[in-house]
Design a protein around this ligand. Structure first.
Ligand code: ADP
Length: 169
């Protein structure tokens, strides 16, 4: 079951050891959706043991893309990046698990697919930085802000998966 503490959401499993649960925002960008990579990417997060708590397919407006990437507004590629993110369907998701923010970034790999390790999503499935197929929050603050930007609280589903006792012990 879950308990709310000052540090956030805590999950108590059957052995009563405490696990610090986190949530992160992950999005498959229009290139990943168009290339038919949704199931490939979802399966990597699922098989790891992370839990999907929200998912929807949306075509963001350019204004929305600018909000999502506001930290990059002074970079030369900002305009092209926002045009691209709003050019087609994006699969927006929230994933939950112990350490999911940091480990989600590991599963994704380095920003530039030329520098991503083989075995990572970008390393295995993308070639250039402007078409790197997936986004993942880079820390707890951004995770909170991005989840809030893309989802209404009622779209986040809290549930216990039968596998949790086998994943967390
Ligand atoms: P990440 O997505 O790995 O967190 P950043 O936040 O630095 O990386 O950049 C956001 C996105 O902007 C990247 O995923 C990529 O799509 C795009 N981007 C970053 N650097 C460049 C670049 N030099 N040229 C074109 N696009 C870029």
């Amino acid at each position: 079951f879950y308990i709310m503490t000052s540090q956030g959401l805590k999950f108590e499993c059957s052995s009563m050891s405490e696990i610090q649960m986190e949530r992160t925002f992950i999005a498959i960008k229009p290139d990943g959706v168009q290339r038919g990579l949704i199931s490939e990417i979802l399966s990597r997060f699922e098989r790891k043991g992370f839990k999907l708590v929200a998912i929807k397919l949306v075509v963001p407006s350019k204004e929305f893309a600018q909000k999502h990437y506001h930290d990059l507004k002074d970079r030369p590629f900002f305009n092209g990046l926002c045009d691209f993110l709003s050019s087609g369907p994006v699969l927006a998701m929230v994933w939950e698990g112990e350490g999911v923010i940091k480990y989600g970034r590991k599963l994704i790999g380095a920003t530039d697919p030329q520098k991503s390790e083989p075995g990572t999503i970008r390393g295995d499935l993308a070639v250039v930085v402007g078409r790197n197929i997936i986004h993942g929050s880079d820390g707890p603050e951004t995770a909170k802000a991005e989840i809030g930007l893309w989802f209404e609280p009622r779209e986040l589903v809290s549930y216990t998966s039968n596998e949790e006792k086998w994943i967390y012990g």
